[in-house]
Design a protein around this ligand. Sequence first.
Ligand SMILES: Nc1ncnc2c1ncn2[C@@H]1O[C@H](COP(=O)(O)OP(=O)(O)OP(=O)(O)O)[C@@H](O)[C@H]1O
Ligand SMILES: [Mg+2]
Length: 455
Amino acid sequence: MILIVDDDQAVLASLRFLLRQHDYDCACVKGHQTAMDFIHKQRPDLVLMDMNFSVKTTGEEGLKLLQEMLKVDASIPVILMTGWASLDLAIRGMKAGARDFVSKPWDNRNLLKSIETTLAVSQHQAVTLSRQCLDEQYDFGHIIGEDKGFVQILESVARIAQTDASVLILGENGTGKELIAEALHQNSLRRDSSFVKVNLGGISNSLFESELFGHKKGAYTGAAYDREGRFSLANGGTIFLDEIGELSLASQVKLLRVLQDQSFEALGSSQTQKVDVRVISATNRDLSEEVEQGTFREDLFYRINLITLKLPALRERAGDIPLLAAFYLENLRRLYKRPGLCIKDSAMDWLQEQSFPGNIRQLKNLVERTVLMTAKDRLEIDDFRLQLNKPRRSKDGNALPEVGAMTLEEIEREMIVKAMKHHNHKVVEVAGALGITRNALYRRLDKYNLSTKGV
Ligand SMILES: Nc1ncnc2c1ncn2[C@@H]1O[C@H](COP(=O)(O)OP(=O)(O)OP(=O)(O)O)[C@@H](O)[C@H]1O
Ligand SMILES: [Mg+2]
């Protein structure tokens, strides 16, 4: 049963019509008191609530109603409906515990999708499944880990994969954010459509729109052909917005619009395109802190994180280190045809004690490098120690993209973005790490339209 709260009879009637058409049972109430009477009698599966009450009521009263409802039963999922003009009201509502918000005038398809997702997410009960149980039902093939906290993450992945809920994946570098994003797609109903990855840390402000939404021939100087954007390529599938914390405020607005309406226009085109994409984002930044500091839009934050998955650092799940090391070793045994390869117990213990600031990626590289650099098959502590402490020129052999995939300038730009991030935007250190002078760095920041705060 869906409860619709709105003081406008016409809105109630059209929402009821829409929902009944799609086989939802619904009840309509016009005001605060009737809504509360209903809630006391019966728990609806979902509440659809208009915040922009007309003449008689204000948004504040909408908020109050929301809070009172949740006081009766905090588990009731509520979707708010507000106009663009009062988006901040929707955000206050999200803070108070609403699950989602839809802008008015509403688009039927978006509204139905939000209802479907919110119901699906709230109806799944959290149960504790073992890793083995999960593997029987889901495809987590090459994801290693039996640590309790980590298995709980996989369980959430399983639970939400088939919904269209937007997911925000948080975690330090190398904790497996991309791997988890792929697993979400792989276990979803969208698995046969495309999974499109976009690295937002590597896209400048000026290229953002063309990259994400595409452009028409002649949209700007140098646009010699029509180009399809990433959103359009991801239609029917999943878009993975990696490093979303790097996005400038100007680009954030543009992204919000497409996430809100699931529609956009290519640069130089007046035609609005509709898309059906599932959005997964990831960042190693603390986004809620960025929101507080005003560098990340709050409305966008709520739009992308209906569900948040926080991946543990490897040191928080050190028990998985031997499993991971054994997994990578097994791959290498086959790859290099060295069936005798093994890690001595004492070396395994030693590995487990390391802090691995680069997390799983660092462990993986360490095992690979140690195997390559050691002639004997039985690997000992010293073999690993030697490689761990060695400064390296390149992280791993395939750190560079395929030839033709990127221009030298693009690589230069990405490296600068990465170094800026690594050194927390301390220009002196960044210049040092890149082997250039401070002035040379400033010139490049300028050239690539990067601010000292990132993109
Ligand atoms: N649970 C896991 N089991 C096996 N391999 C893993 C696991 N998690 C991560 N890896 C491997 O570690 C490497 C880093 O993973 P991934 O790229 O997903 O991390 P990330 O969090 O996106 O890193 P970054 O923040 O640097 O982008 C990849 O090679 C991936 O295959
Ligand atoms: Mg990544």
